[in-house]
Design a protein around this ligand. Structure first.
Ligand SMILES: NC(=O)c1ccc[n+]([C@@H]2O[C@H](COP(=O)([O-])OP(=O)(O)OC[C@H]3O[C@@H](n4cnc5c(N)ncnc54)[C@H](O)[C@@H]3O)[C@@H](O)[C@H]2O)c1
Length: 327
């Protein structure tokens, strides 16, 4: 029987990409799931993401920046998965205050609410490898210096520290996972500020030409959303993870050109290499490969989905739901 069967789980940002996939997995595991989401414009929240489990979850449209609502929402929750936040690095530079609110203010409100109303809950936070900034060595382990190069990285790092502080000071059972480039079904692919994998997927599926910044030889370790969801659920039930910051990662690194090559096996589109726009170059981290061995040692987790398999499955999903996601 799943450790989540009959357990009360709150998913912040649960109408978004990763949160909605997690909500599906928790419902399947028999959990009692509440979603809180503010459907912030430009973010990936969408009621359609949970259309097939709408009857099985409770949705609360509230903003985590409003502390008063949160206290009531966390009361009685046993697991809190914190995915509400702003993902876009570019948008964090264009609107730093929104990023501060959605990533930091939301998080301090959440840990405070848990401290008062859900002291025994386990809190799992989706952070990002962006906190490391430009890698000094590869693969990057958790001891690598954290020198963020954009506003988003700074706010996510601060949000990590709130979780760690509340663990140390108030015994809150929090875990911070540092995600890398995530892709998969229900990802917001229409918004051109949300990262290159979404842009590539959208344009490839529409048969539109793709501009690749730089040589395209930059390497990243992508992970499929199902692997991220499995990691979050495993972290939640592994006591040894509480109070820790742990990397996730993919099965192996791939260049952007490799990604385009895989997409071309499924979709007809052209691509060309163009110089980096100045506003992108300044926040580009270059090559990144994460070392997730620590998390593996604690939980046995490893990424299962290879990029070719994951992209094929993702493309099939978006083709099946084209009327909604490819409008
Ligand atoms: N997608 C990735 O590649 C990736 C990589 C690293 C880390 N992450 C982290 O994972 C989390 C989820 O990312 P995602 O890709 O699912 O993003 P998403 O934009 O699809 O989902 C985020 C959701 O959070 C909601 N939200 C934001 N601020 C809120 C607030 N104050 N109150 C209530 N709801 C709020 C949005 O409306 C949206 O539905 C983010 O915190 C992000 O930093 C994502």
């Amino acid at each position: 029987m799943s450790p989540f069967a009959g357990r009360k789980c709150l998913v912040t940002g649960g109408l978004g990409f990763i949160g909605s996939n997690l909500a599906h997995a928790l419902v399947q595991a028999g959990a009692s799931v509440t979603i809180v989401d503010a459907l912030i414009r430009t973010h990936g929240g969408d009621h359609y993401n949970i259309a097939d489990i709408a009857e099985a979850v409770h949705v609360n449209l509230s903003d985590l920046r409003d502390e008063a609502t949160l206290r009531h929402l966390v009361r009685g929750q046993e697991f809190v998965f914190h995915l509400a936040g702003q993902v876009s690095h570019g948008d964090s530079m264009r609107d730093p205050e929104l990023d501060l609110g959605t990533n930091c203010v939301s998080t301090i409100n959440l840990v405070e609410a848990c401290r008062h109303e859900a002291k025994d809950a386990v809190l799992v936070y989706a952070s990002t490898r962006q906190v490391y900034g430009i890698a000094k060595r590869l693969p990057v382990d958790e001891d690598h210096p954290t020198v963020p190069i954009d506003v988003n990285g700074i706010n996510k790092l601060a949000a990590e520290y709130y979780h760690l502080l509340y663990h140390r000071t108030y015994d809150l059972r929090s875990v911070v996972l540092r995600l890398t480039n995530t892709y998969g079904p229900r990802q917001q692919i229409r918004n051109t500020a949300q990262g290159f994998i979404g842009i590539f997927l959208y344009r490839a599926l529409k048969g539109l030409p793709i501009d690749v910044f730089g040589t395209g030889e930059q390497r990243r370790d992508f992970h499929h959303v199902d692997d991220v969801v499995a990691a979050m659920m495993q972290a939640a039930v592994t006591q040894a993870c509480y109070g820790r910051v742990l990397n996730l990662g993919g099965t192996k690194p791939w260049s952007l050109n490799d990604v385009l090559g895989i997409l071309q096996q499924h979709c007809r589109f052209e691509f060309r290499h163009v110089p980096f726009p100045a506003d992108r170059k300044i926040i580009d981290i270059g090559d990144y490969v994460g070392d997730w061995s620590r998390f593996h040692e604690l939980t046995g987790w490893r990424p299962r989905t290879t990029l070719p398999e994951g992209l094929a499955q993702t493309i099939a999903f978006f083709r099946q739901h084209a009327e909604h996601y490819l409008r």
